[in-house]
Design a protein around this ligand. Structure first.
Ligand SMILES: Nc1nc2c(ncn2[C@@H]2O[C@H](COP(=O)(O)OP(=O)(O)OP(=O)(O)O)[C@@H](O)[C@H]2O)c(=O)[nH]1
Ligand SMILES: [Mg+2]
Length: 387
């Protein structure tokens, strides 16, 4: 399964309601307080036989309150922002206030997003667009997020909801405070958004009243912990297979049905102010297992490199469509791993139903004008002709 699969909203249009102020009011504030209380209680309860059941109940309560916060947010009305997804792929800039997100979008995408030396200069979503190779890449400049964003601080939930719709997140981190990255990742995790991870392969089947059978467990968690988590969701009579490493939080999020997996890289900004940027970038990358590109949005340093790494991490490619009998070809940007059928579908669904083969040239062809079936996997730079 591809790691990027949070596009669970409207694919073309993304509508968000943005709340003003530090936390959103009324019911949601109560829910946030309740969530914090439950999380503290959970953290302070040590695991043993006597507390096993209680911990399971706490986990289920935490998942329930998280869902309620999500639902209450959806119905709130406030100053909103609306943007239409366009181009071949979308990248969201996420970072602390004043990290340099707006300065970066202005460099990358020739936009005119306001920049200033004070926090929360940007208050809504500012879209921009740049072209790399043949791809038109849309960029979202977003308001800064702060600690507590996942429970609504500074309107952070709206910002993170927008960010997870993108095909790639670029975290903009000020080199003066690299610890911002850890806080941002925690905020995303608080909303069950997991970065640069594959959706875990966990299967659950009815055990026909045979109790809880953990048939495969490659999670790294003990059977007891897993059983307790499942009990928290009232899952008892089941055959469970976990085929990869997963931590408790991720398992809970997965069972709660709300987990989301996003790809991300880091733009370590303001390197013009620090000569040790290479070391800091390497340390940050190692600590969080993430690609870090040192840049200066102010001087323009490494902006081209960042554009390239954004493109590479979007895992897209260009195929050239050549109409029958024509010498001219039209580029089309598609996902890496796309087949002839995927390309035909992009042209038209009706057309795709009728297509049986294509003639290809380029990296995936064994010879010129090779006739291939619709399942043929294309490579970057292939030419495709339908006849
Ligand atoms: N020295 C230096 N300053 C920078 C760089 N990038 C941005 N700045 C400065 O940092 C300040 C904040 O920049 P913005 O681009 O407004 O930051 P932002 O992340 O959009 O901030 P919010 O909209 O408040 O979240 C401004 O004074 C910029 O001039 C950089 O690469 N080097
Ligand atoms: Mg800004």
């Amino acid at each position: 399964m591809p790691p990027q699969e949070c596009h669970n909203g409207d694919k073309d249009g993304v509508k968000f309601k943005r709340r003003k102020g530090k936390v959103f009011s009324g019911e949601a504030t109560l829910l946030s307080t309740e969530l914090k209380r439950l999380q503290d209680e959970y953290a302070n309860t040590s695991y043993n036989k006597a507390t096993n059941k209680h911990l399971g109940i706490l986990r289920a309560k935490i998942a329930k309150v998280k869902r309620s916060i999500e639902a209450s947010g959806r119905h709130k009305v406030g100053a909103g922002f609306f943007v239409k997804k366009s181009g071949d792929a979308t990248v969201a800039l996420v970072g602390f206030p004043s990290a340099g997100k707006s300065s970066l979008i202005n460099r990358l995408a020739n936009t005119d997003s306001k920049t200033a030396g004070y926090a929360f200069t940007t208050t809504s979503l500012i879209p921009g667009m740049f072209t790399y190779k043949n791809a038109r890449i849309q960029v979202f400049d977003l308001p800064g997020i702060i600690e507590g964003a996942h429970i609504g601080a500074g309107g952070g939930r709206t910002v993170l909801a927008a960010a997870k719709m993108a095909d790639l997140i670029t975290f903009v981190v000020d080199i003066a405070d690299p610890a911002q990255l850890g806080i941002i990742l925690d905020e995303l995790k608080g909303l069950d958004i997991f970065v640069n991870r594959q959706r875990p392969d966990v299967s659950v089947q009815d055990s026909r009243n045979q109790g809880f059978l953990l048939e495969i467990n490659e999670s790294g968690l003990s059977k007891k912990v897993i059983e307790t988590v499942f009990a928290g969701f009232n899952i008892y009579n089941s055959v469970v297979r976990i085929r990869q490493r997963i931590d408790e939080d991720e398992l809970i999020a997965l069972l709660g049905g709300k987990s989301c997996y996003v790809n991300a890289i880091v733009a370590l900004n303001k390197v013009d102010t620090n000569d040790s940027y290479a070391t800091i970038a390497a340390q940050l990358g190692k600590k969080y297992s993430i690609e870090v590109v040192p840049i200066s949005a102010m001087t323009g340093r490494n902006i081209d490199l960042l554009a390239k790494r954004i493109y590479d991490n979007l895992h897209i490619m260009t195929v050239l469509l050549q109409p029958k009998g024509s010498a001219k070809s039209e580029p089309m940007v598609v996902k890496e791993g796309s087949t002839v059928l995927d390309v035909a579908r992009r042209i038209h669904t009706r057309f795709a139903e009728e297509v049986r083969c294509a003639y290809i040239d380029g990296p995936s062809a064994k010879f010129r004008n090779q006739r291939v079936g619709t399942g043929h996997i294309l490579l970057d730079g292939d030419t495709v002709s339908f006849r």
